[in-house]
Design a binder for this molecule. Sequence first.
Ligand code: ADP
Ligand code: ASP
Ligand code: MG
Length: 409
Amino acid sequence: MPTIVHKYGGTSVGTPEKIKAVAEYVKSVRDAGNSVVVIVSAMGHTTDELIDLMHKIAPNPHPREYDMLVSTGEQISAALLAMALQELDCPSVSLTGGQAGVVTEDIYKKARIKDIKLERIRKEIKEGKVVVVTGFQGIDSKGDIITIGRGGSDTSAVAIAAALKADVCDIYTDVTGVFTTDPRIVKEARKLKTISYEEMLELASLGAQVLHPRSVECASIYGIKIHLRSSTRRDETGTIIEEASKMENKEAVRGIALDNNIARIGLLKIPDRPGTAAKIFGALAEEKVNVDMIVQSIHSAGTLADMAFTVEKPDLKKAMEIAKKVGKELKAEEVISDPNVCKVSLVGIGMVSQPGTASKMFDALAKEKINIEMISTSEIKISCVIKEDEGKKAVQLLHKTFGLDKIPQ
Ligand code: ADP
Ligand code: ASP
Ligand code: MG
């Protein structure tokens, strides 16, 4: 019997009516002769609401209690979906991540999944039940509930699909597929029929929230083909995320991502000597602050350097404390920060063979007087840090410049 994994995001299970509609559909897939495992996110904005509630009690709680709290959202939707299925006379059981055998690292709030012990899921499938599993969570070696990072239910689904060697991994969401950019920013954004793991991983890591980056990483390691599709327009084919070799599209740019969740820090006029970078980034790594883009510039005298880098917005306070401390030791003249920046990125594997993409991007931004503060490139992406309030305009402009509104659908 084919094994099918479905994942439903927050909007897709946001109301009792939507949960009932999902149950009807899941039942029909099971009745067609499939074993079905469903991974659910918390209803609507429940996770955000739980975090708001938490802030009313404790601004900076112990991460163990954070995980205990925010993981409850998924428990509600999983139990409700199992009940909705049972109401339709479809045998079903809901399982927490721990009950489903999802074992994570011992790191609160952003652990990676280490293993899926399938005994319980297999037993329930054998008994003919639809298994509904809470996304976003697992248990660590102590048996504590651990969450795996915001948006992580996609990763739960792909990891479970990989462990089960599932025939299908369908991720149901509130858009009909992966678009050339966020359709909320550009209304002419076009749906992509297929996208490679590499491109999707870049887009997701660079801020396209449509898939959790680690779900794409996991899918590429285990060769899981993801079908990202709409939970309401189920007759419409979505986007297949798969190996690049199976695809024909070779446009230089396939997608554009906008990341508003970054902040820039600069250490200015540091005496230039070996070990400066190691000291700054070593201190940040020790405190588990992720650094993304790094730019070093040398003043004309050659004896003073500026070092600028970006961190995630929530890490800015902590990163500034570290930067100020290290800056003092390194005799930097000034340590500055700017939370009002964003990162716009172009992604496409075709860039490797088509030079000129970067200059075309810089040209287009210059013509609109958008100042580029930092640049970083890899073989398949170009990112620019610009002012946050110019982010949307830059995405709209670049979408047009690279003809993404005209690609065939
Ligand atoms: P879910 O709750 O189902 O996990 P998310 O809100 O996490 O859904 O992700 C879906 C959202 O991602 C869409 O509503 C869309 O606004 C946004 N998004 C960002 N970039 C893209 C893109 N390139 N293609 C499609 N959607 C995108
Ligand atoms: N509910 C979690 C979140 O909002 C996980 C998810 O939706 O994937 O981040
Ligand atoms: Mg999501």
